[in-house]
Design a protein around this ligand. Structure first.
Ligand code: APR
Length: 322
């Protein structure tokens, strides 16, 4: 049986790391498409040369231009400009919306049956733009944000309680970063919901709120620490995209928080918002809808409103998206 084909549109920091992880996990052959010539070829060759040491079989190639993504099973989009210190996600919108239009058109032309994972920021608007530009069914186009946000939340909780990350789950809703809505009552340590841990005296509600805020600020915290050039988070975003691709390619039906197209779920229409979904061979196979309490509903609606504002700006910048 032929190997799966994973196409990366954008072979920068995150794209290169995804290529390595895809190899390590033997998810399939990898092609890296970038606007630069040389960088994708160089990264593909470098990673291919690591394969005899790391022990994986995969063809890796790269180059300029999108024709090489032809018939990809999965396309992961990181193309665009990344955030610099002091730059908000929204500042990126004007540049990256154009990149999504070009990448979307190429996916529609060369890889119309692919499952597409968008990472480019500002995520919730960029995934909307890419789906429109590609014409692919909305269930085949998702945004990577929630897996990363919940991983960050899980890491901080594991540190807080001095337990394994494997025993911590975190349930998040809403937009990426600042617009994140963590649901404490569905987040657990060893199966115990966070509010129960407050009652048991393990932590306090204030401390949990502080951790949630740190998760929201995480993109900025890492950018501020890295301080060099246009450096921004790389490894956790790449790992998150790989987890989503893995669930699709192996039909694992993982329940993962993703920016998914909502068509009435949670009272939202034609918008990509972070919600838990089942990812399997059909793409987004189910949106998991939970009942929200009044405070959760207010926070979620605020998050949806901020996503809608970004999408409205994108629509104005790129009227062809409709
Ligand atoms: N087509 C293809 N590739 C492009 C295009 C384009 N139109 N425009 C830019 N690129 C390429 C760049 O040449 C670069 O190699 O996209 C790559 C982006 O890589 P980095 O700048 O290293 O950014 P990275 O850290 O990988 O982040 C990518 O993910 O988390 C988000 O905010 C982040 O939007 C950013 C994206």
């Amino acid at each position: 049986m032929a190997r799966n084909k994973i196409a990366l549109i954008g072979g920068g920091q995150i794209g290169g790391t995804i290529a390595l992880l895809a190899g390590l996990k033997e998810l399939g052959d990898v092609v890296i498409s970038d606007i630069l010539d040389g960088v994708p070829q160089g990264k593909a060759l470098d990673i291919a040369e690591s394969s005899p040491i790391l022990g994986f079989d995969a063809d890796l190639s790269g180059g300029r231009g999108h024709a090489q993504i032809k018939d990809a099973d999965v396309v992961i989009v990181t193309a665009g400009v990344s955030r610099r210190p002091g730059m908000s996600r929204d500042d990126l919108l004007a540049v990256n919306a154009k990149v999504m239009c070009a990448a979307g058109a190429a996916i529609g032309k060369y890889a119309p049956n692919a499952f597409v994972i968008v990472i480019t920021n500002p995520l919730d608007a960029m995934v909307w733009a890419l789906q429109k530009a590609s014409g692919l069914p909305p269930r085949k186009v998702v945004g990577m944000a929630g897996v990363l946000d919940s991983a960050r939340f899980r890491w901080f909780l594991a540190e807080e309680f001095k337990v394994s990350v494997e025993d911590v789950t975190a349930f998040v809703l809403g937009g990426h970063g600042e617009a994140l809505v963590p649901l404490f009552r569905y987040s657990t340590v060893g199966g115990i919901p966070l509010p129960d841990l407050v009652k048991l005296g393990w932590t306090t509600k204030d401390r949990l709120d502080e951790i949630a805020q740190r998760v929201r600020d995480q993109g900025t915290e890492v950018v501020d620490l890295l301080k060099v050039g246009n450096a921004s988070p790389i490894y956790a975003p790449a790992a998150a995209a790989i987890e989503m691709a893995d669930s699709y390619l192996k039909d694992k039906k993982r329940i993962l928080p993703c920016a998914a197209h909502l068509s009435g779920h949670y009272g939202v229409k034609d918008l990509y918002v972070g919600v838990p979904v089942v990812i399997g061979a059909a793409g987004v196979e189910k949106v998991v809808e939970v009942t929200l309490g009044p405070a959760e509903k207010t926070a979620f609606q605020k998050s949806v409103a901020s996503v809608r504002t970004l999408v409205d700006v994108t629509r104005r910048l790129e009227p062809s998206l409709g």
